[in-house]
Design a protein around this ligand. Structure first.
Ligand code: FMN
Length: 212
């Protein structure tokens, strides 16, 4: 498969020093709001990279469910492959790709579990089917057939027939506490605009332009 002719010119925007907001959190929120307004499915989908204790990386998409100056929160199974990696090596990188805007954002940081109370609050806001799914799926384990999942789901439906589903012990949120944010805007001739925010010695966020 020769894909060498598959290319697009990035002409939809620019991003310069005068556009930069002081805080990367405000900058992220601004770009996120703009991504939400585009005809884009799941603007909160982020490609999450983790690595095991030997440094072997893996990626997968998860959904951003909360964003504040505390960090970026997503929910998952605490016995999944990503969770095992995060317990061994609590650092991650996340990438948001907003192609209709020809933008990406990269966030790197350390990762911590959120409190059980926060996970419970979010879990209770999920649809019944998703709550049952969290109980039914041994995420990232090898299973011999789909029917195992369907049987487990039926079992859970019966168990929680009255509609109140408790938070599974092995399910909850992680928060990425950002150490850097990079904002990327595609430009012509591959001379894209890139700015990276990191904290200086005084703890203030400082943005610097990077070569594309
Ligand atoms: C659009 C999209 C959203 C997803 N959201 C989540 C999510 O929020 N949490 C989650 O655990 N998995 C989510 N998944 C599934 C993950 O990509 C992945 O398959 C799963 O978490 C197992 O990953 P692991 O084996 O590396 O732990 C999503 C997948 C897609 C394509």
């Amino acid at each position: 498969m020769d894909l060498s002719d598959l290319r697009q010119s990035y002409t939809k925007g620019s991003f310069s020093e005068r556009d930069l907001l002081d805080s990367p959190f405000e900058q992220f929120e601004k770009w996120f709001r703009e991504a939400e307004k585009c005809d884009l499915e799941e603007p909160n989908a982020m490609c999450l990279a983790t690595a095991d204790a030997n440094g072997l990386p893996s990626t997968r998409v998860v959904l951003l469910k909360d964003f504040s100056e505390k960090g970026l929160t997503f929910y998952t199974n605490y016995q999944s492959r990503k969770a095992a990696q995060l317990e061994a090596n609590p650092q991650a990188a996340a990438n948001f790709l907003w192609l209709p805007l020809q933008r990406q954002v990269n966030v790197i940081g350390r990762v911590e579990r959120i409190s059980k109370a926060e996970s419970l609050k979010y879990f209770l806001s999920r649809p019944f089917g998703s709550q049952l799914g969290a109980w039914a799926s041994p995420q990232s384990q090898v299973i011999t057939s789909r029917s195992i999942l369907e049987q487990k789901l039926d079992q859970m439906k019966r168990k929680f027939a009255e509609g109140k589903v408790p938070l599974p012990d092995n399910w909850g949120g992680y928060r990425i506490v950002p150490e850097s944010f990079e904002f990327w805007q595609g430009r012509v001739s591959r001379l894209h605009d890139r700015f990276i925010y990191k904290r200086d010695e005084a703890g203030q966020w400082v943005a610097k332009r990077l070569a594309p």
